[in-house]
Design a protein around this ligand. Structure first.
Ligand code: IMP
Ligand code: MG
Length: 334
């Protein structure tokens, strides 16, 4: 495993933050590039603390990892600086000179535009910021004095790391069903969320990637408007223990059972080579905190086998609890 892309399965919130933080500690990830923008929060439980990171890469838990913000990102400067302080990573963050800046006016536009309201956007302003970038009038990181000490050439750095056989993670956000191109348009985010787009936003060509890890949750959740096949009532979601609220906005998430047909399509478009399944302990409580496959009940093993059959790739990482190390890692048995 040299260069791994981590991409989301359905409508985001699958636990990419947790999976990436595990990889950081286990594989000693040297360099991570965060893509996307501030609308996506990645939740990490580490050393007794909970972090909901909108900007800083989830690999920050490994203290030698270089933390990069790719050129495709819309940087929310106050949020980035706040997270850098909270995580204490000032000396190892780099922001690409060409990353664009998301400003208060973009959030105001997001919150006042009736069309965007009807889609149930997060209100952070990412759609309007992308619009401004496409118009080629966006402010870039190199124009922001507070970012001066962090400026970097991310594609140079990350490609040099790959050349040197270092361990690299490209961190995706959201899930394929929120992709501007492949998702349930118009109820999608303002960018492509596929593995290929994560590479493009980081400045890494497709031939340089070794592993495409698609992260699924054992059930599906969605925030905002748009279809959700098999959607449960809130009462049923609560009864099953599937009811969640969003890490970023606090909104209630809708939920539905895992969708094997959709998983097949998602894995194909991402070009997945491996899958992760998180929150298996929510479907099968006896799995809680398991760290070996042998500890799983036959029903849980059957579920993972069905995911493998649908996606055509091995389920290598299984989440069994919120902590970064509540993981079954089957990669060595590949
Ligand atoms: P926007 O990305 O804020 O424009 O919102 C567009 C749609 O994407 C809305 O349905 C949001 O709820 C959804 N969305 C954006 N970011 C995330 C995320 O990180 N997790 C889940 N849904 C998201
Ligand atoms: Mg999230």
């Amino acid at each position: 495993m040299v260069c791994t892309v981590v991409a989301g399965g359905f409508w985001g919130d699958e636990g990419k933050g947790k999976v990436i933080s595990y990889l950081a500690l286990k594989d000693k990830v040297d360099v991570c590039v965060r893509t996307g923008s501030v609308n996506a929060a990645h939740t990490i439980y580490f050393e007794g603390r909970r972090y909901a990171l909108h900007m800083v890469p989830s690999t920050f838990v490994y203290d030698k990892c270089r933390l990069l913000i790719g050129p495709g990102v819309n940087v929310h400067v106050p949020q980035l600086l706040k997270e850098i302080r909270e995580t204490g990573v000032e000396g190892r963050v780099g922001v690409d000179r060409q990353a664009s800046i998301i400003e208060p006016k973009h959030s105001a536009m997001d919150k006042s535009d009736s069309h965007l309201r009807s889609l149930g956007t997060t209100g952070w302003g990412v759609g309007p910021a992308v619009q401004e970038r496409a118009k080629r009038s966006a402010k870039l990181a190199k124009d922001v004095p507070e970012l001066k000490s962090f400026l970097a050439d991310v594609s140079e750095e990350v490609n040099a790391a790959i050349d040197a056989n270092k361990t690299v993670v490209l961190e995706g956000t959201q899930g394929l069903m929120l992709s501007l191109y492949h998702g349930s348009y118009p109820y999608v985010t303002s960018r492509d969320t596929s593995a290929a787009a994560i590479c493009s936003e980081s400045g890494v060509g497709p031939s340089r990637v070794d592993t495409v890890l698609v992260v699924f949750k054992a059930f599906i959740t969605r925030v905002g408007a748009g279809e959700l096949p098999g959607e449960l009532s809130k009462e049923e979601a609560v009864r099953r223990g599937w009811f969640e609220t969003a890490a970023g906005t606090g909104r209630e998430r809708r939920s539905a059972p895992f969708n094997f047909n959709l998983a097949r399509r998602v894995a194909k478009i991402h070009g997945a080579t491996e899958a992760a399944v998180t929150k298996l302990d929510i479907l099968f409580p006896s799995c809680k905190n398991a760290t070996s496959y042998d500890q799983l009940l036959p029903e849980a093993k059957d579920f993972l086998a069905k995911v493998e059959k649908a996606t055509g790739v091995p389920v290598t990482i299984v989440g069994t609890g919120p902590g970064a190390l509540d993981i079954i890692d089957r990669r060595s048995s590949l």
